[in-house]
Write a protein that binds this ligand. Sequence first.
Ligand code: NAD
Ligand code: MG
Length: 402
Amino acid sequence: MNFSSPLFQYNPAAGSAGLQKRIAIFGSTGSIGTQALNVIANNPERFTAEILTAQTNDELLVQQALQFNPNCIVIGDEKKYQKVKDALANTAIKVFCGEDALEEVAAMDCYDMMLAAIVGYAGLKPTLKAIENGKSIALANKETLVVAGDIVMQKALEKRVPVIPVDSEHSAIFQCLVGEGRNKIEKIILTASGGPFLGRKPNFLVNVKRDHALQHPNWSMGAKISIDSSTLMNKGLEMIEAKWLFNLNADQIQVLVHPQSIIHSMVQFEDGSIKAQMGLPDMKLPIQYAMAFPQRIVNDLPRYDFRKPNTLTFEEPDLKTFRNLALATEALYKGGNMPCIMNAANEIAVYAFLRNRIGFLDMTELVERTMNKISFIEKPTLQDYFESDAEARSYAASIIQM
Ligand code: NAD
Ligand code: MG
């Protein structure tokens, strides 16, 4: 970590039309998107919402547009375009539709910061477009860095664009690094709640169904990340996300299960000193921190109280049972296009599981077989990443079809 990192390239005045920061929320109808709008609604003097995008939920998107009066919105599903357009006919809000529109609006001048809150690979291209256009990024969409972290961070460095993490663990690490200047990190300790199946073994997991896997003990999140949390793939994706955000080697990243989710992650420096960021689990905190950085803003979220009876515990993750974390660690060490391949197979696996097409443990098998099958590329170009993603998806889908 040093000041040439895209994390700290911050100029609060850059690109801003006035005192308010103009936010573009890509994925505004999701768990992160709706919480971000809540932060904006509570801080109208600081933020405006200028772009909102959603894939399918047209009704919520229209409702959000009427409440926040953005410059423009995008509905991904083209079949819903006319309905959205009609609903907003009496407003000046511009309405776009389809996948390409996401990149087009990401290039617009009407905003300062993109909150990248689309889920999955679909977030990559709009985020790259925003960086190319010099926009600050508040990054929730971890898959963007898993797929093409080297290219994304390099582009951010070239454009002097800050990439501020929203993921709670990475926000914690970021907060621990503020003020540390050039002090080197010895390692980071990424905490994991362990998900709903902590302590369970394969003979239990084999029978797990979607509704049970969607029940996370500490966080309420979108479906994909909830399943990833139940398989520990989420922590694997976060290891790779951390590598790129904080410019770390694979062996500087350690995962520790901490079921209470009070310590959101820690940094150990070269003198052995460890800094932690703590608080009750609520994504509004990392969201508002990223949006308001370098300032902290007042809120009335519940506070953690050390005086109440509570125990903070820590244990090693069970890599034999939760093999997704072992596979992700392998992808982290291997580098190249392996994390991209793993991510694509995982997306296919998670959506197949959510549709009850495959079992809980089949998700891991699908990811492993795809990682073994697709050609490895050590130094991929952006085009290589696009192709590896497509190949891995089609191979994983073909296994499910068998
Ligand atoms: P979600 O499923 O609740 O919302 C996803 C949003 O993306 C929706 O607005 C949806 O319309 C949009 N979207 C989905 N597919 C799309 C596509 N193909 N093209 C364009 N838009 C599409 O997801 P979420 O839980 O809010 O997570 C969003 C991202 O933030 C994920 O990458 C996740 O890993 C990350 N994240 C979420 C949390 C959390 O608490 N929810 C915490 C940390 C990180
Ligand atoms: Mg997280």
